[in-house]
Design a binder for this molecule. Structure first.
Ligand SMILES: Cc1cc2nc3c(=O)[nH]c(=O)nc-3n(C[C@H](O)[C@H](O)[C@H](O)COP(=O)(O)OP(=O)(O)OC[C@H]3O[C@@H](n4cnc5c(N)ncnc54)[C@H](O)[C@@H]3O)c2cc1C
Ligand code: SF4
Length: 517
């Protein structure tokens, strides 16, 4: 007997805008319906940056248009639709009632919270709900588990080498890494030279869809964090590919040398700005890595730039995702250093006397972006030294960056920046004094504080807080072989100086609580 074709409701989340996912590639134009929904529950469960919301809604609407143009049926629910239940499971339930599909298919979400929600929904729905693996990642959950199983330490570097071999990226035919070394990071730490600036970046014309979304965000999210305009984001795959090509052709060659440098008024320098597009599905991680390799092999980019860039995506990006899923749900609750200070209000307002923090926070507020070293060594470093509650810091990072999703943000914040996972991810805390910031940036010129002073009214807060951090956590860190000089330098300081530094750190903590720092 001929079986009637079934109807499948295919749910696409805002960060799954990829036509190569099975949920899209396996669709039947005649019978299936895609569901894409803008819902307040997702837009507001942390205080998201308005640019992040506008980018995602515009990219979702463009993706829906592309599906419709290709002949698919799409049920798109806008944020201001009066019937919108404003939650994902509410919209799936509504669609099931309205369309009576035989089953529902969704790609696994990138957050534990949502995956739990889908598991609960599976039990509640009247039709089967299938959760498919997210095949855009280059390392599956099973592959990560196989790599991690039985290892004493889960270090990114060893994971990365295996990923290079598995995906044949920057490898010689004899199985050795190109250039004879796996990692050229030591060549990517130059302080900024005079006049270092961001190469010109692309800005995409705002079409009708984007203008409507900007208007919607202005109307519905007036009190949200961040500056909405100017709005330069790519919102389609075609535009994201232009951004990728622009980066590979014009910016990648300089990516390596000044990767860690920071310059006033220059939020981007030679960073790619691609994370928001890769994470939302407009670009595929492997195509990005392959293009960087091609540029290197054609002599258009030096090895330290291509390797450094590929390592971030093939190594760090895949690795942090593996860590997230392996250690959730407890991971975001970790607080190994017992840090309990509330997140200072200036993380939202940018109003602080510390010029480096002001700078990083202004980039964040204006662009929903600040580059990795600012996230790690300015805002992250300060939160680490000041003992800010990791959960509060985590929620801030999740809210303010256009590329932020819990699977990638949480390990970077809780693990890399705050050492709150007790060293699972980072072999040592990324703690630095004002000296480092002064060397790697020009932020200290014009600051109310002086990076060369550790005690007194004009002392840079990073200095005493740095020493006091290591004093407070001596038991944990004194045996760490990766920090041979910290405690020998501290011990040489003598009791008076040590006491002065500890007292000064307390002065900074009080000033912080009273909003004077
Ligand atoms: C506290 C903290 C929070 C972070 N939160 C996020 C986040 O929410 N989302 C996010 O994508 N990245 C996050 N990162 C990692 C990194 O800072 C961003 O990926 C990067 O700044 C994005 O800018 P870019 O695209 O210009 O990256 P580039 O510097 O040009 O790097 C190239 C690409 O490598 C990948 N990448 C680089 N570093 C990392 C990393 N540590 N982990 C994972 N992928 C990486 C990204 O896909 C990025 O696009 C965070 C880092 C820290 C220290
Ligand atoms: S002096 Fe200290 S607080 Fe001021 S910009 Fe430099 S590092 Fe930051």
């Amino acid at each position: 007997m001929h079986r009637l074709a079934e109807t499948v409701l295919r749910v696409i989340l805002g960060d799954q805008l990829s036509s190569r996912l099975d949920v899209v590639a396996g669709a039947d134009k005649d019978h299936d319906v895609f569901l894409i929904a803008e819902v307040m529950a997702e837009a507001s469960y942390v205080r998201h940056h308005v640019k992040k919301i506008a980018f995602l809604f515009s990219a979702m609407r463009h993706f829906a248009e592309a599906l419709r143009s290709a002949g698919y049926r799409v049920r798109y629910v806008t944020l201001d639709d009066p019937d919108n239940s404003q939650s994902l499971d509410g919209e799936i339930r509504r669609a099931v009632v309205a369309l009576a599909p035989d089953r529902v298919v969704v790609t696994e979400p990138g957050e534990w919270r949502l995956r739990e929600g889908f598991e609960a929904l599976r039990l509640a729905l009247s039709v089967p709900l299938e959760i498919q693996p997210d095949t855009r990642f280059l390392c599956s959950h099973a592959e990560f588990s196989a790599w991690a199983e039985g290892r004493h330490e889960l270090r990114m570097e060893y994971f990365y080498r295996e990923m290079r071999r598995r995906h044949d990226l920057l490898m010689e035919q004899d199985g050795k890494p190109v250039g004879g070394r796996w990692n050229f990071d030591t060549e990517n730490r130059k302080p900024p030279k005079a006049g270092l600036e961001s190469p010109p970046r692309l800005s995409f014309r705002k079409d009708r869809i984007t203008l409507e979304v900007l208007d919607l965000v202005k109307r519905i999210c007036p009190d949200f964090y961040g500056r909405l305009e100017p709005f330069h984001f790519a919102v389609t795959r075609r535009q994201a590919l232009q951004e990728l090509d622009h980066f590979i052709d014009h910016i990648l060659p300089g990516f390596g040398d000044y990767q860690d440098a920071m310059v006033r008024g220059e939020p981007y320098l030679s960073h790619s700005l691609l994370a928001a597009y890769i994470n939302a599905g407009l670009l595929y991680p492997l195509e990005v890595c392959r293009k960087a390799e091609v540029a290197y092999r054609a002599g258009r980019a030096p090895l330290n730039a291509a390797e450094g860039f590929i390592r971030q995506i093939l190594g760090w990006r895949e690795y942090v995702r593996g860590i997230y899923w392996r250690f959730m749900p407890g991971y975001i609750e970790r607080n190994a250093l017992g840090a309990v200070e509330p997140l200072p209000g200036f993380y939202w307002t940018g109003e602080t006397r510390m010029a480096c923090m002001r700078e990083a926070l202004r980039h964040t507020y204006d662009h929903a972006y600040s580059h990795h070293i600012q996230r790690l060594m300015i805002t992250g470093n300060f939160a680490l030294l000041a003992g800010i509650d990791p959960k509060e810091a985590h929620e801030w990072y999740l809210a303010v960056y256009a590329d932020a999703y819990e699977w990638v943000e949480a390990p970077n914040t809780i693990g890399m920046a705050l050492y709150a996972d007790g060293g699972l991810l980072a072999s040592k805390p990324y703690a630095a004094s004002g000296n480092y910031i002064s060397r790697m940036s020009n932020f200290c010129d014009g600051c109310a504080y002086d990076p060369s002073l550790s005690v007194g009214d004009r002392a840079c807060p990073f200095n005493a807080l740095y020493w006091d951090f290591f004093r407070r956590h001596r038991e944990r860190f004194s045996g760490n072989a990766r920090m041979p000089y910290v405690y020998s330098t501290w011990d040489k300081k003598g009791a008076d100086q040590q006491e002065a530094l500890s007292r000064q750190a307390e002065v900074h903590r009080v000033a912080l609580r009273e909003g004077r720092l």
